[in-house]
Each structure stands twice: as C-alpha cells, then as structure tokens.
Design a binder for this molecule. Structure first.
Ligand code: MF3
Ligand code: CO
Ligand code: CO
Length: 311
C-alpha cells in the first residue's frame, strides 16, 4: 500500500484530507524510531470501524466545543428579545447580524434553499418555521432554533420560549419537554445505544399524556449539519441499535405534543411542519459530545433554563 497524496482522503476512513489527518503521525513513524514493516503496522492497527469518521480527535472536540459555546451565547443574546409585538423576521435579522458580527455563519441560510438564518416555530408549528411578518402575541409559545458554523464546525440548539403570560397547560408542556431533553441526555452512556434516548423520552412524555413526534429526529453533527446517527425520540428498533462511542457528536431535540404525534408539512413553503390536529408542540435541543465519562452538553447557556427549570 502506498501512502495517499497530501490532498487525497486519509487511509483511516475519516474523510479528511491526508495532510489534515494522519500525514504527520505517519511521518513520525518513518523517522526515529524506524517504522515497522507495513504488514506489521497493518496487523496492529485497530480495524477502522464503519463509523470511524464520526469519532473526533482532541482538535475536533475543541472545534465542536467552540461552535457550541458561540451558539449558546447567541441564544442568550436573542432570548430576552422574544417579546410580545416582535415579528419573527426581526428576530431572524438580529440572529443574522450577531452571527456575522462575530465572524461566523448562520447554517440554515441557504441550507437546501431554506431562506432565513434561524427557525421560528410558533404554537402548533412543530419545527422548521420560517421567520416572517408574524407578530408574537402574549400567550404564544415560540421555538427558536439556532445553528451556527464556527470555523467549519456546527452548533445546533433550540428553546421554546413563552411570550408573556400563558396557561398552566402550556407551561407544563414546556417544562416537561425540557425534562424530556435532559432525561434523554442522562440516558445515553459511552458504548450505549441510541434507543436508550428514545426509551427515556417516550416514557416521560407518555406518563404526562403527551405524544412524541416521530417524523423528525435528532442527528449526528460535526463538520456537517446532519449526519449519522439519526436520533429518534421514541424507541426505534432499527436506528436505535447504533452504538454511541466517545468522540461522537449528536443532537437530542424532542418535539412533544399536547395532542396527536402526527404532523403535516406545509405544501406551499415546503418547510413549515405543523401538528395534524392543530394542538401545541414544544421542543428543546442541545448539541452533545460523547466523552469517555458520559455526554457533555456543548450548547449550555449562561442565562437559559437549566435542567429542572419549571416555566
Ligand atoms: N436546526 C434544525 C435541526 O435541529 C434544522 C433546521 S434546517 C432548516 O436539525 F433548513 F430548516 F433550517
Ligand atoms: Co438539530
Ligand atoms: Co436545531
């Protein structure tokens, strides 16, 4: 086997250029001490697993930490500006400008032709709402979903924010949806399976007579917005078999409904997802890094609702 060219894909299956991946460490092996025979090296190198490219080294982990940290700062910036009388496209403009002012890129803008720099999903909108001229009113529940690209790495998170005074029914839904997110996080261990997340979330949601959206799910994340593994928020016996290893990043982002779990996609804009029955849906999302010691939340905010918060 000859070595890849500097700009060719690395032999290890990481999908990175050789020069950005194993070139240096391979070089180290060919100087002092002398490299073992190639057959020996191949024999002792652990066989690359199918998902080796999803496992980040220390530099990749630091890249994801920086992306998550900026994304969380952006959430802390926008949260207090979500007020009655504000238009969702005004929030979008603020998100856009804050991101560019800090030298970063809003990931949703132009993503599969999505036209805005964040998603704003109000009341019965489950996810992927497009910021527009809609004016927020007292009693609304709006999910603001922010995704930023920082030095090529993606951070992704969302919060449901209550506008002014709302009903107890709505406050309970939002509180338990936040709890679902944190139960999902607590359920996943290094070497554990994705299905552990869905079990924990669905158990809690169903205990409160809520339903769990099945048509949209969390996702692996890194240098791409969406990648393996898929992260269903209910016990999906197929995708759920995926084993989460240290170095992997993914989101958990349960969408929990007051009524039916069924959703309808808007025929006209091709993005807005609503509950089929028009009842309210809530969502929270974090980006996570699985470490050797358990999941690390990369998008933790300073001022946002923490685990156990009640609205
Ligand atoms: N941020 C969403 C997620 O959590 C994805 C939005 S994609 C968009 O995965 F195109 F709708 F913006
Ligand atoms: Co996401
Ligand atoms: Co998101």
């Amino acid at each position: 086997m000859s070595r890849p060219g500097r700009n060719d894909p690395c032999w290890c299956g990481s999908e990175r250029k050789y020069k950005k991946c194993h070139l240096l460490s391979d070089d180290a092996g060919t100087t002092a001490p002398p490299a073992p025979a190639l057959s020996q090296r191949v024999a002792t190198r652990p066989a690359p697993t199918k998902n080796a490219h999803l496992i980040l080294d220390e530099a990749g982990r630091q890249g994801m930490r920086a992306a998550g940290r900026f994304n969380a700062e952006l959430m802390d910036y926008i949260r207090p500006l979500v007020l009655p009388g504000v238009r969702t496209d005004e929030l979008d403009r603020l998100v856009h400008e804050y991101t560019l002012d800090h030298g970063h890129i809003p990931a949703t803008l132009g993503y599969h032709d999505f036209p805005k720099s964040c998603c704003t999903s109000v009341n019965e909108v489950v996810c992927h709402g497009i910021p527009d001229g809609q004016v927020l009113r007292e009693g609304d529940a709006i999910n603001v979903d922010l995704t930023t690209i920082v030095d090529g790495w993606f951070g992704d998170q969302s919060e449901t924010i209550l506008v002014g005074e709302t009903t107890e029914t709505l406050r309970n839904l939002v509180s338990e949806t936040l709890e679902c997110l944190h139960l999902g996080i607590a359920a996943i261990k290094p070497g554990g399976r994705i299905i552990d997340i869905g079990h924990a979330i669905a158990r809690h949601a169903h205990a409160h007579q809520y339903s769990v959206v099945r048509d949209y799910q969390g996702h692996g994340i890194g240098r791409k917005f969406h990648q393996d593994p898929g992260v269903p928020h209910f016990p999906d016996h197929e995708l759920g078999q995926f084993v989460v290893q240290p170095g992997m990043c993914f989101t958990i982002e349960p969408m929990i409904n007051l009524g039916s779990h069924r959703t309808v996609l808007d025929k006209h804009d091709g993005w807005t997802v609503r509950t089929a029955d028009g009842k309210i849906s809530a969502q929270f999302e974090h980006t996570l890094l699985m470490t050797e010691d358990g999941p690390e939340i990369l998008t933790l905010t300073q001022n946002g609702p923490q685990r156990g918060h009640r609205f």
